[in-house]
Design a protein around this ligand. Structure first.
Ligand code: ZN
Length: 294
């Protein structure tokens, strides 16, 4: 299937508001296939990947990266997503087969699967220390939690809406969302218009079911505020792992550990968490690695 996932960026209200919107069905479906995700897991990871991609679009440098981890006490056991500013995302959930009854609204019970816990955003901007912000999960529904993160950790009043719709055969029907943020100096007039727009909107899931594009979705949030789209970028699931990188990680586990692995005299297989690709190392290779290890 051709990839027509993309995100847009916009400005509105005389630059007092900025907005992002994304359609991410293909990349969520790719994650589903890689990790064999149940519908709830597709919804949880799909929402987090969609939100993270839009946050990645806020990064400035080409080598900057943003990682979001969600650690909750629910059956999903946690999620991790990493993005860059080139529209590439990868991620995984700890338990891929979680199934729960729908919530009261008749939607996939993502909050129940995630549970109570924390959300941590790590922004690696190429400086000595990465910027790290952690918040308590609000509902575990992901969009609420990211809204809370922006307000508490970055002091940016924001509204985040995310949705994933799953077909009966577990493939992804639609996925996407939006982020709108108030910039410093926003007037009361702009703020109240934005608030009433967002209060009047259907859920993102319902809007996606209506087949709306990111442009139309963001247009609803920014209605009457002279939205101007300033950027459009393709987005994709991309791992980027290779044998060298896996080998370097293996060397880091240390001489002793490598020696005991080599002594078993069997090939060992290391699977990439993000793409499930398997890398095999022979006892001979493990012995060579010992020489480079500490
Ligand atoms: Zn990989």
């Amino acid at each position: 299937m051709s990839n027509n996932d993309y995100m847009i960026r916009a400005t509105a209200g005389n630059a007092m508001v900025r907005g992002f919107a994304i359609t991410s069905r293909n990349l969520v479906d790719e994650a589903r296939k890689i990790h064999d995700l149940s519908p709830i897991c597709s919804a949880a990871l799909g929402r987090l990947m969609s939100g993270a991609l839009m946050m990645g679009d806020m990064l400035k440098g080409d080598k900057d990266a943003l990682t979001i981890t969600v650690d909750g006490d629910g059956p999903i056991g946690g999620l991790l997503v990493t993005v860059n500013n080139k529209g590439q995302v990868k991620g995984y959930v700890k338990n891929n087969a979680v199934a729960l009854p729908n919530n009261e609204a008749g939607h996939l019970n993502v909050g129940g699967a995630v549970g109570n816990g924390t959300l941590t955003v790590t922004r690696d901007l190429g400086l000595k220390d990465p910027y790290v912000g952690t918040i308590q999960l609000l509902s575990g529904e992901i969009a609420d939690d990211l809204t809370c993160y922006f307000v508490e950790s970055e002091q940016i009043p924001s509204s985040v809406g995310l949705g994933v719709l799953v077909n009966k055969d577990f493939s992804i029907m639609e996925a996407g969302g939006f982020i709108v943020q108030l910039m410093p100096g926003a007037t009361e007039e702009v703020i109240s218009r934005l608030e009433s727009n967002i209060q009047g909107m259907k859920t993102v899931t319902d809007i996606l079911r209506d087949g709306k594009t990111p442009e139309e979705l963001l247009g609803m949030a920014l209605d009457g505020l002279d939205m101007e789209i300033t950027d459009k970028m393709p987005v994709e699931y991309h791992c980027g792992c290779d044998r060298d990188r896996v080998e370097r990680a293996l060397v880091l586990i240390g001489k002793e550990e490598l020696k005991s692995m080599a002594d078993e005299e069997n090939d060992i297989e290391i699977k990439c968490h993000f793409c499930q690709k398997a890398y095999t190392f022979s006892p001979k290779e493990l012995k060579e690695m010992q020489l480079r290890a500490k």
